[in-house]
Design a protein around this ligand. Structure first.
Ligand SMILES: Nc1nc2c(ncn2[C@@H]2O[C@H](COP(=O)(O)OP(=O)(O)OP(=O)(O)O)[C@@H](O)[C@H]2O)c(=O)[nH]1
Length: 806
């Protein structure tokens, strides 16, 4: 389609007023034209020719001079476009240009017209450089032909002859691709190139070897002098890890220092410091922050916060010397008429008030409770009242009580009781006391001796006064303004109230609602009650209260603490329970006939528990009776379970839980039981004759057990066929299921867990050959020396007896 090229278009492209184009046309064309008139081809030629002639440049130099000046002002984008144009201009020699013009002007005019819409502006710009070429080259063609050919020709040449420096771009691409490959994983080709470059080179050239790494770390260590933290004890492996060294390095250094330890062995802090020094590392003691540290306030009290507290008193003495009577007398002496009947509670401790001063008595007479508490690390009492009956004097339990009180470092006050009795001889008691380094005050010593009578209440007040006096001397103090800490005096499970505990607050103040951890129990104090059965909201130092709200019954002597965080408190209790279980598990040594005597000697074994399994009920009973008759003064033999049948998994479980040994008569353990017994260390003794069993256990109890032989298991075979061969007898077609079957070995024939025979292997064959042994997984033919009643499915257990010394 022909695009209309109007006058004003031409004028615009030539960058001249419409009038100039119209004037040219007016000169050469008859018909008058207007600016909207579309021009014919010949008309256009005329315009371009005329226009070219009118605007011709003088020469190329002049053209380029003006061109370069203009270029400086142009945008950079213009530059690239300009370069090729210049080249083209230079290359274009005058005769050549003429030809081009001559040959192509018509076609190019057509091109130009076709591209008219898009290229008008471009044409206008390109027109200017065309002028000098045309000017310098006076053409034989018509002006119209020459000028019309220039613009389209330049445009075409521009794109075709641009000499792109491909190498430069390749170079740039290479650089870009390399960078990208370094950071990313693109440019596959580049990657391949890199890989191929790497091929043939040793890997170590790029990667650090292990030795290099270690050297580097060692150098770093030396340079930096790292500091590590180490607890009291640390395993070699963990220590090496913290040192950033290998275990082998640490073990080597340890050996050099005379310590032979493996990776799992522990070394103490001092050794760790020594070794760390060789690694140029400093060691700091690791402070382990436990849950206790976080929730229990264990800080020392400031003297300024301390206030006097009531003494805590325990009453001790020989049986029937009047401990309970004295405690009752004190309790009643302190009850005013109005309160009579108010004392209905027994909470394990009570307080009396003497002239405005309190005394707390532990209502658990006897040194047993006192000792139990001490054994649990609870230091509860300040003063011990030693009750000695004036008519009886010092007796064995009095001595024990003295020793316990002394060991605990508590002050002793002697109450010489039963003074109302005619046979009372207080001087004798005092005399006896001196024998135990308790010198009465009146004899120049420091032990107050108060004659009392629980019956007549004589001297009770003096006793209480003396307690207060001693307490005063001791300057007992506590800080009521902190979280409570104390000891569980006693505890029980109440049907309606759940766990109930009497606790003695020793420091701080306990409030209802407090979260408390007591040993392995935890809870929020629901209610508190004093010894009068009155509800109280708080209990300060030396105050005994009965509390409810704990999740379990604590143990007397457990320390309790009011804590700050319930969740952590529960976690702490869980932790304590786990530790307790582990401790129990570790401390419990399984009883075996071999260690029975040791355990008896150490007093750990008071009762030998036995589980009896036999093939018939008669044997079970016979064994039970025979064994129980073995009981002596030191140990009682107790058959905790007896039954017929093979030793089962549950027998082993029972033995494990109750620390018993298992005795089997003509029975065998099933495979699971055998495995479990081995794992749990349960002693399983298997006999065929009751007498052997009795003898062995008896000698074990006497420490005489020294078995010289033991059974060594060889292997098991299952009877899969039975053949009867004349002159040979019964032949077992067996399959070895574990270990090996050996010719001449002892063999036990087991049917449904019961031993049906104990015999010897007479012959062993593989196919037709006699063999010495047959391994696991193979079939074989077996004959026994004596037993012939063989059945399919019977198990043959081959074993041999081995002599051994302890
Ligand atoms: N005559 C007289 N008898 C007393 C006196 N004190 C206690 N008794 C008697 O001594 C006996 C034992 O008294 P308890 O108070 O039970 O003695 P205990 O030391 O608590 O005894 P156990 O709890 O068994 O250790 C009782 O029969 C009392 O009546 C006293 O001062 N005078």
């Amino acid at each position: 389609m022909m695009i209309k090229y109007r006058v004003h278009d031409v004028a615009k492209d030539l960058d001249v007023p419409n009038k100039e184009v119209l004037d040219i046309l007016g000169k050469y064309v008859k018909e008058p034209k207007k600016h909207m008139t579309a021009l014919e081809e010949n008309e256009l030629d005329i315009v371009f020719d005329r226009f070219t002639q009118d605007h011709a440049a003088q020469n190329f130099d002049a053209y380029f001079a003006t061109r370069n000046a203009a270029k400086a002002e142009e945008k950079p984008a213009g530059k690239t476009a300009e370069k090729p144009s210049e080249k083209t201009a230079k290359n274009t020699q005058e005769p050549k240009k003429q030809n081009v013009n001559n040959n192509n002007n018509r076609n190019k005019n057509n091109d130009r017209r076709n591209n008219n819409g898009n290229n008008r502006n471009q044409n206008a710009q390109q027109n200017k450089p065309q002028r000098p070429a045309q000017n310098n080259q006076p053409s034989n063609n018509t002006p119209a032909q020459e000028s019309a050919s220039e613009a389209p020709r330049r445009r075409v040449v521009d794109t075709r002859t641009v000499n792109v420096n491909i190498d430069k771009y390749n170079e740039k691409y290479d650089r870009l691709a390399y960078d990208k490959v370094k950071n990313d994983t693109v440019a596959a080709k580049q990657k391949i190139n890199q890989k191929s470059q790497r091929r043939g080179k040793p890997r170590s050239a790029k990667r650090e070897t292990e030795a290099e790494r270690l050297n580097r770390i060692a150098a770093e260590r030396k340079a930096k002098a790292i500091t590590i933290t180490v607890p009291d004890e640390i395993t070699v492996g963990e220590f090496a890890l913290r040192l950033k060294a290998t275990s082998a390095e640490v073990i080597k250094k340890l050996m050099a220092n005379g310590v032979f330890a493996t990776i799992n062995d522990t070394i103490d802090f001092d050794t760790a410091v020594l070794i760390a020094d060789e690694f140029h590392a400093k060691v700091e003691k690791e402070v382990v922050v436990t849950i206790e540290d976080r929730i229990i306030d264990d800080s020392e009290d400031d003297d300024a916060n301390l206030v006097p507290r009531a003494p805590v008193v325990v009453v001790m003495g020989h049986v029937d010397h009047g401990k309970t009577s004295i405690l009752d007398a004190i309790r009643h002496a302190n009850v005013t008429a109005g309160e009579a009947g108010g004392i209905t509670q027994h909470i394990g401790a009570y307080r009396v008030n003497i002239d405005g001063k309190d005394i707390t008595f532990l209502d658990t007479p006897g040194h047993a409770a006192f000792t139990t508490m001490r054994a649990r690390g609870a230091m509860v009492t300040d003063i011990a009242v030693l009750v000695v009956a004036a008519d009886d004097g010092i007796m064995p339990q009095t001595v024990e009580a003295i020793n316990h009180a002394k060991a605990a470092g508590v002050s002793i006050i002697v109450a010489i009781n039963k003074m109302d009795k005619p046979a009372a001889n207080p001087d004798l008691v005092k005399q006896q006391l001196t024998e135990y380094e308790l010198v009465p005050e009146e004899w120049g010593g420091d032990v107050p001796c108060i004659p009392v009578s629980a019956h007549t209440k004589m001297g009770i007040d003096d006793l209480l006064e003396m307690i207060l006096l001693v307490a005063e001397m001791k300057e007992l103090k506590a800080n009521p303004d902190r979280a409570a800490k104390g000891t569980v005096i006693e505890a029980r499970l109440d049907k309606g109230r759940g766990p109930v505990a009497t606790v003695l607050v020793q420091n701080g103040t306990l409030h209802t609602g407090d979260i408390v951890v007591a040993g392995t129990t935890v809870g929020r104090i629901r209610a508190m009650m004093n010894e009068r059965g009155e509800r109280v909201k708080s209990a300060g130092p030396s105050v005994p209260v009965e509390v409810t709200g704990l999740n379990e019954v604590p143990v007397g002597g457990d320390t309790f603490n009011a804590v700050s965080d319930e969740r952590l408190a529960r976690e702490l209790v869980e932790q304590r329970l786990t530790e307790q279980k582990e401790e129990m598990f570790n401390s419990q040594t399984k009883v075996t006939l071999d260690n029975l005597f040791e355990q008896m000697k150490e007093g750990e074994m008071k009762e030998l528990k036995v589980i009896v399994k036999a093939d018939v009920q008669g044997s079970v009973e016979a064994v039970r009776q025979s064994l129980e008759k073995l009981s002596n003064d030191e140990v009682r033999v107790h058959v905790i379970h007896g039954a017929v049948g093979a030793i089962s998994e549950s027998d082993v479980m029972l033995a494990n839980a109750s620390n018993a040994i298992i005795v089997g008569f003509n029975v065998r353990p099933d495979p699971v039981a055998e495995e479990n017994a081995k794992r749990d260390g349960v002693d399983m003794r298997l006999y065929r004759i009751i007498y052997d069993c009795i003898e062995e256990i008896e000698s074990a109890m006497k420490g005489m057990l020294a078995p010289k032989y033991r059974e060594v298991f060889l292997g098991k075979a299952e009877c899969r066929e039975v053949y009867k061969i004349t002159n040979v007898g019964m032949v077992i077609g067996g399959h070895v299921t574990s270990g090996k079957i050996v010719r001449g070995a002892q063999v036990r024939l087991v049917r449904d867990g019961i031993i049906v025979a104990d015999d010897k292997i007479a012959s062993l064959r593989r196919f037709k050959d006699d063999v010495k042994e047959v391994q696991d997984g193979y079939d074989c033919g077996i004959t026994l020396e004596r037993f012939s009643d063989i059945k399919l499915g019977d198990i043959l257990e081959a074993y041999e007896m081995e002599e051994y010394r302890d």
